[in-house]
Ligand binder design. Structure first.
Ligand code: SAH
Length: 224
């Protein structure tokens, strides 16, 4: 069903994702309508598939972005604080920022400086994106996301856009109580999405969802 959601425009793509049940809520639909994927994907922006963005990174497929937003949605209220690890193109960071608007904060972390710069310059393509950056409601930083971003913690929601080789304790530590982490985890021969909830009393519950294929969270490549 995923690939059948492609369309000629951003509106058509989002409406196909909604009609096929890949976007469930109007909140996610409206947030994705506000961010033009053409500002973030260098080619075939309205195809429901991942696209290369350079530096061995890809912008994930729109149905994966939708699924991440749907999973984190109960924690994405106005004013919430969100961390997007492996922010790459910056697209999902921008959609998450819409979901916590008007007074939330979203931080995108990537370990490749040119991708940190790319995410900012993609976001500056719209006046609205520019104002989110200038007001500090969205920030892109260079860091090793396996350690989260302690400076901005604690977070209501943390999204990880690359597969972790293990359950990184720092990420759970940086969640609010309550808070939710969405993370692909690499196991022996496969990757699965895990949703990790920190409850109000501080207890942690881990749920394994569906199988996925993400690029791995790695050491940063040597600077060129
Ligand atoms: N959500 C992004 C996905 C980009 S692909 C998008 O849809 O555009 C995964 C990203 O994770 C890449 O940009 C890669 O540079 C980044 N990444 C990989 N290992 C990382 C690490 N240890 N710390 C931070 N970012 C990392």
């Amino acid at each position: 069903m995923a690939w059948r959601s492609s369309g000629p425009t951003n509106e058509a793509l989002i409406s196909n994702l909604k009609n096929h049940g890949l976007i469930e809520s109007d909140r996610v639909k409206n947030a994705m309508l506000k961010v033009d994927r053409a500002h973030y994907a260098p080619s075939s922006p309205y195809e429901d598939s991942p696209q290369p963005i350079g530096h061995r990174a890809t912008i994930s497929a729109p149905h994966m972005h939708a699924s991440a937003c749907e999973s984190l949605l109960p924690y994405l209220h106005p004013g919430a604080k969100v961390l997007d690890i492996g922010s790459g193109s910056g697209y999902l960071t921008a959609v998450l920022a819409e979901l916590v608007s008007p007074n939330g904060t979203t931080i995108g972390v990537d370990h490749i400086q040119p991708l940190v710069d790319l995410a900012s310059s993609n976001m500056r393509k719209s006046d609205h994106g520019k104002s989110l950056l200038e007001s500090g409601r969205v920030k892109f930083v260079k860091a090793d996301g396996r350690k989260g971003w302690n400076e901005g913690a604690p977070y209501d929601a943390i999204h990880v856009g690359a597969a972790a080789a293990e359950h990184h304790q720092e990420l759970t530590d940086q969640l609010k109580a309550p808070g939710r982490l969405f993370v692909p985890v690499e196991e022996e021969w496969s990757q699965h999405i895990y949703v990790i909830d920190k409850k109000e009393d501080g207890t942690v519950e881990r749920k394994k969802l569906f199988g996925v294929q993400y690029v791995p969270l790695t050491d940063a490549p040597p600077e060129q």
